[in-house]
Design a protein around this ligand. Structure first.
Ligand SMILES: Cc1cc2nc3c(=O)[nH]c(=O)nc-3n(C[C@H](O)[C@H](O)[C@H](O)COP(=O)(O)OP(=O)(O)OC[C@H]3O[C@@H](n4cnc5c(N)ncnc54)[C@H](O)[C@@H]3O)c2cc1C
Length: 425
């Protein structure tokens, strides 16, 4: 990195501001927050500061599922959150997907609506989560009934819900279908594996999506600086707040929005956001193409494990951090060989892929941000500073809506009560 002390007068003058709003973090959440500010008030001077390449911690490293959660994942969330909060956060994910489709359009993120399933192998096999088929099946009807209310949930700062054709909304009903028994004759690895159909899910190309958001932001006149990690922030109460990149470069802004997700506690001591590594494998092209039965979005083990096709011949398989929660609680990127082995065994024993034809050509990890409550933090830190972080591994859907919400909150005159404004359940 070029030392800030060597920057020209012109460069420093432009960067240091003062800005109306500075956003810290250019993942899907931060970029959406910046876009919303400018869409609402085109005259604002908005700067986004990003430590790395935009989205390079999670957004552009994700698996590219635009989804609301698999049946068993949603069942566990319903049990944990209760009905009102479950509806609120499910509607937020749905609103995030709709927002992306409206802002960018399907083409600009390589969006495809796909068939989707949760796969449940027989009890005790490749399942660490507290779910069993009977329990999930018993809850399907209740969840489907609740899903029917998702579309009519009020959204904060929006009087009317606009729909987008590409998403074919309203949300299809029943959202979760009846269980189907899978068979080894069909190519699956073991009999007694069950599949639960999910009526709506999308796939995107995460890097194309991030690039399109950047393009959209730039076209609106938003300034984006990549490779500029914020080291610390000055006092929150001041009219013009200091943002320290180091002692050589101090940026000034009237308002600050922090969208740093997994890395939030590097900048702020609280609230707690726990980094968790997510690991992904991508196969080399499979001879003869990927079987039709494996095309689409698939979830396993209450959402901890996931897989999808990339094109016609590659399989992406990822997750399984529940194999080693402690070891995966890190923002360090590295392979966990036990997880790679678990995923490989899953591909062969459950998905029925032949070990001789299965070569992992690429592997990577990224960092997700989790909260103790399981839902994002959305907070005002004083009167001129806001935080949204902790997308709990679902930020491709949730991030666009949370970015929109935090921006609208930051634009609202006076002190808005987040509960009364519907920002939180
Ligand atoms: C392997 C993997 C697969 C995933 N798959 C999916 C999926 O299929 N579907 C889904 O919905 N979700 C998925 N997720 C989760 C999803 O990617 C995240 O929830 C989402 O990207 C979060 O977006 P964000 O903008 O809030 O955070 P990020 O994308 O992490 O963006 C935050 C940005 O802030 C920057 N930043 C942090 N600190 C500073 C600082 N001090 N100064 C300047 N910049 C800073 C970071 O560099 C980063 O770019 C996956 C995550 C991983 C890791």
């Amino acid at each position: 990195m070029i030392p800030y002390s060597t920057y020209s007068y012109w460069e420093k003058e432009q960067m240091t501001g003062p800005w109306d709003y500075v956003i810290v973090g250019a993942g899907v959440t931060g970029l959406n927050a910046a876009i919303e500010l400018k869409r609402q008030k085109p005259t604002l001077r908005v700067l986004v500061l990003e430590a790395k390449k935009s989205g390079a911690v999670a957004s552009s490293r994700s698996a590219g599922f635009l989804c609301l959660g698999s049946p068993s994942e949603q069942m566990l969330t319903l049990e944990a959150l209760g009905e009102a909060a479950w509806l609120h956060w499910t509607a937020a994910k749905w609103a995030g997907i709709q927002r992306l489709l409206r802002l960018l359009g399907a083409k600009s993120m390589n969006y495809k609506r796909v068939k989707a399933f949760e796969i449940l192998p027989p009890p005790g096999v490749f399942r660490r989560s507290n779910t069993d088929m009977d329990r999930v099946a018993q809850n399907l009807q209740e969840m489907n009934t609740l899903m029917q209310r998702v579309d009519s949930q009020p959204l904060p700062f929006r009087s009317e819900r606009k729909r987008d054709k590409a998403a074919e909304s309203p949300l299809p009903f029943p959202y979760y279908g009846e269980p189907i028994r899978l068979k080894t004759q069909q190519g699956w690895g073991m009999d007694s594996t069950m599949a639960l159909p999910i009526a709506f899910e999308g796939q995107v190309h995460p890097m194309v999506l991030v690039d399109s958001l950047k393009q959209y932001a730039t076209n609106l006149g938003i300034h984006l600086l990549n490779g500029f990690p914020v080291e610390s922030l000055g006092p929150a109460g001041e009219d013009l707040q200091d943002i320290f990149l180091d002692n050589q470069l101090i940026i000034k802004s009237k308002k600050i929005i922090i969208c740093t997700n997994a890395l939030t506690n590097v900048l702020l001591p609280a609230p707690q956001v726990i980094p968790q590594r997510g690991q992904v494998l991508v196969s080399a092209p499979i001879a003869g193409g990927i079987p039709e039965r494996l095309k689409g979005n698939f979830h396993g083990d209450a959402g901890y494990l996931y897989y999808r096709n990339i094109g016609n011949d590659r399989l992406l398989l990822g997750g399984a951090r529940n194999l080693d929660f402690q070891g995966e609680q890190t923002d360090r990127w590295a392979e966990n060989p036990a997880i790679t082995q678990h995923l490989t065994d899953y591909a062969i024993q459950v998905l029925g892929l032949k070990s001789e034809g299965l070569v992992w050509e690429q592997a990577w990890s990224g960092t997700m941000g989790f909260t103790p409550s399981g839902v994002p933090h959305l907070q005002a830190l004083g009167t001129h500073r806001w935080l949204v972080a902790g997308m709990n591994g679902m930020g491709m859907a949730l991030g666009p809506e949370m970015g929109r919400r935090v921006a609208r909150w930051a634009l609202a005159p006076g002190n808005v009560d987040p509960q009364k404004a519907g920002l939180l359940p």
